[in-house]
Write a new protein. Structure first.
Length: 510
């Protein structure tokens, strides 16, 4: 069985052995046609697709729907649960200082584990075999996804820059619009790590070297999407995701890139050189027309291996492939969120909420107004600072059951007391209601309110008589009536929550 983390082509071979790779041999164009085909596959939760006859681009193949579903991604990354990856990261930063000899020996083992996750420099890479210097973008099968897109776009490239002051590597998936055969407009929003590196270079008045990796193993490409907090190096985080370090090759411009790349664009961004970008049909399902201009990258050359595979994705009305990617990130970063907010039990970014649009979080509530404390905290940290709507519920509410969530909101949220609205707040610039990354946010505290918060006791929930339930269950089973009360667990935990709350205050449950 091929190693799915060795390279993109090994991952595709691994998928084929599992029966989850579709080969398309008919001629098909990356201009509208491949994106249309991929949308059909993605909406129907189909396999990864390898287009072997890309019209107008002999020698190139195109892979799409690379992240076909959560189970496939989990197995490719070699973990039992995606949360295991987040636990791996938390374990590296959350250990107490060693005191005893045994603890010191254990810390040496942990240091060895960290070392195994670090990037390793190599002296050769297969992608250096072929070099194109005359109009490198023109030779690539870039997608035009929607009829009114402003140009062709790189949609799943790893844009790599180094912080000009700290030297820390950033590797992000930003859309890049073809401006000319030699130039691309890099759409990184102002809050992104790539934009921070460019800002520092701009302040110093010097060029910012850039590379765009087109095709790597699925773990490394996921690292580019992940909202890794600065200043953690993205190449190191790729090692955390993969469970082993990434082999990297140094380009002439000093940028380290994954050695298993299918193709690499190398160039620079001239300080102060910018251009309009778009329109682009984005993941909200609308054409995005940025008001601000974005930096122009000049690509001096394209490297590519023999028989290269170009990776592409498409976005539009959900749920498409980005829904799978978003859910992977949600699960991987849940342990990290719990480290920052220990009261968090679970989170759900519903795919139709486009991730930045809606977040549902359950907490183990410990004190009055704890729900508001959490939602305000989430708006102040990392990627969740861009979230437009946050709903906080108690731990007994299943955040992935939207029926339970709606019940909690309508039962426990008082519109005049439990809703927080922030106007003129920084938000995702792709949000159709925002103007130049400025919009508004709403938070709903849908946790149970106690006397200190509501001036009254919580409502007395209906609960069945357990002895009657057991008797009726036996009778019902005789007549083929199966299944129980879907609310039984929630009711039990609701009653336990109220009991513990009042006992902790020296009283009895009303």
């Amino acid at each position: 069985m091929p190693d799915p983390l060795k390279s993109l082509q090994d991952y595709l071979a691994w998928l084929e052995e599992r029966g989850s790779l579709l080969r398309v041999r008919d001629p098909i164009s990356p201009i509208l046609e491949i994106p249309s085909f991929l949308r059909r596959v993605m909406y129907n939760r189909g396999p990864t697709v390898l287009f072997e006859n890309v019209a107008g681009y002999p020698g190139w193949r195109v892979a799409g729907n690379i992240y076909q579903n959560l189970d496939t991604v989990r197995e490719a990354l070699g973990v039992g649960n995606l949360e295991d990856i987040g636990e791996r990261l938390v374990g590296l930063v959350q250990s107490p200082p060693p005191v005893s000899l045994g603890e010191k020996i254990s810390s040496l083992r942990k240091a060895k584990e960290v070392s195994s996750l670090l990037p390793r420099r190599v002296r050769s890479a297969r992608f250096t075999k072929n070099i194109v210097e005359d109009g490198p973008l023109a030779s690539l099968p870039l997608f035009k996804t929607w009829p009114r897109d402003g140009s062709r776009y790189i949609t799943l490239g790893l844009v790599i820059v180094r912080d000009p002051q700290s030297g820390i590597t950033n590797m992000g998936v930003y859309r890049v619009m073809e401006k000319s055969p030699q130039e691309g407009v890099v759409h990184w929003q102002v809050h992104k790590r790539g934009a921070l590196a460019y800002k520092k270079a701009l302040e110093e008045g010097r060029r910012l070297p850039i590379a765009i990796v087109l095709g790597s193993d699925p773990g490394t490409m996921l690292a580019g999407v992940a909202p890794v907090p600065y200043p953690m190096d993205k190449l190191f985080f790729a090692g955390v995701l993969r469970g082993k370090g990434v082999d990297v090759y140094e380009l002439d411009n000093g940028i380290m890139v994954p050695a298993n790349a299918e193709a690499v664009l190398e160039g620079y961004i001239e300080p102060g050189k910018s251009s309009p970008e778009g329109p682009f049909g984005d993941h909200w399902g609308f054409y995005d027309r940025p008001l601000e201009e974005y930096p122009v990258a000049v690509f001096e050359r394209l490297y590519h291996r023999d028989d290269p595979v170009y990776p592409g994705t498409v976005v539009g009305l959900p749920p498409l492939e980005d829904a799978v990617i978003g859910k992977v990130i949600e699960r991987v970063f849940l342990p990290v969120m719990k480290m920052v907010f220990p009261e968090i039990v679970d989170v759900n970014f519903p795919v139709h909420g486009v991730f930045q649009g809606l977040m549902i979080v359950s907490i183990k509530k410990r004190f009055p107004w704890h729900g508001k404390k959490v939602l305000l905290g989430l708006w102040g940290v990392g990627q969740t600072s861009l979230t437009k709507m946050i709903v906080v519920v108690d731990h007994f509410v299943d955040v992935h059951d939207l029926g339970q969530v709606m019940w909690a909101v309508t039962s426990f949220a008082h519109p005049g007391r439990d809703i927080v609205v922030l106007d003129n707040a920084h938000t995702d610039s792709l949000d159709p209601t925002s103007i130049a990354s400025v919009g508004a946010k709403i938070g709903i505290d849908a946790t149970v309110k106690f006397r200190e918060e509501a001036g009254r006791d919580p409502p007395d929930i209906v609960a069945p008589d357990e002895r009657v339930e057991e008797k009726v269950a036996r009778v019902a089973e005789k007549y083929g009536v199966k299944g129980g009360d879907p609310w039984r667990r929630l009711v039990r935990e609701y009653l336990d929550t109220i009991r513990v709350w009042y006992e902790a205050r020296g009283g009895s449950t009303p």
